[in-house]
Ligand binder design. Structure first.
Ligand code: FES
Length: 147
């Protein structure tokens, strides 16, 4: 069956496997911007399916929304992504993914001592406070101050 040129939010949810609330959330976060019809209902151009699928995959890879938003910034909503768009995005994300893999590998290698411990000590736990990174900013609580 051929897809219509524009889809309702329910059709998009069926097609992508995303929930309607997830799709609305992505819109609220500025990742998609579906036009509205005369009744105020979202009408998704077919190209938004690829964009939403990309967002879903990128989230599964653990990329933060701000990074996904930046990667998609060069593709105006409604325009189908071209192969060169995807190539550019893949290059942009490659370093982020490599860095994330290295961080997760380091955490995995340090996890052994934490299994069965559960202390999450700010002084000694490598998972809770890796390398005591906040110590360089001075004594006392650091993150609490930012609210
Ligand atoms: S949970 Fe105790 S050292 Fe990490």
């Amino acid at each position: 069956m051929r897809l219509p040129r524009e889809l309702s939010i329910g059709q998009v949810a069926d097609r992508t496997g995303l929930s309607i609330s997830q799709i609305r959330f992505y819109e609220g976060e500025g990742l998609i911007s579906p036009p509205r019809d005369g009744g105020g209902r979202r009408r998704f151009p077919r190209a938004e399916l690829r964009r939403l699928s990309f967002i879903r995959v990128a989230q599964r890879l653990g990329l933060p929304l701000r990074r996904i938003r930046a990667a998609l910034a060069g593709i105006p909503g409604g325009r189908p992504p071209t192969p060169s768009d995807w190539e550019r995005i893949a290059e942009d994300l490659h370093d982020d993914l490599t860095q994330r893999i290295e961080e997760l590998t380091r955490l995995r290698d340090r996890l052994t001592g934490c299994i069965g411990c559960g202390c999450l000590s700010m002084k000694t736990c490598p998972l809770y406070n890796p390398d005591d990174q906040k110590a360089a900013e001075g004594p006392g609580a650091r993150l609490v101050e930012r609210g």
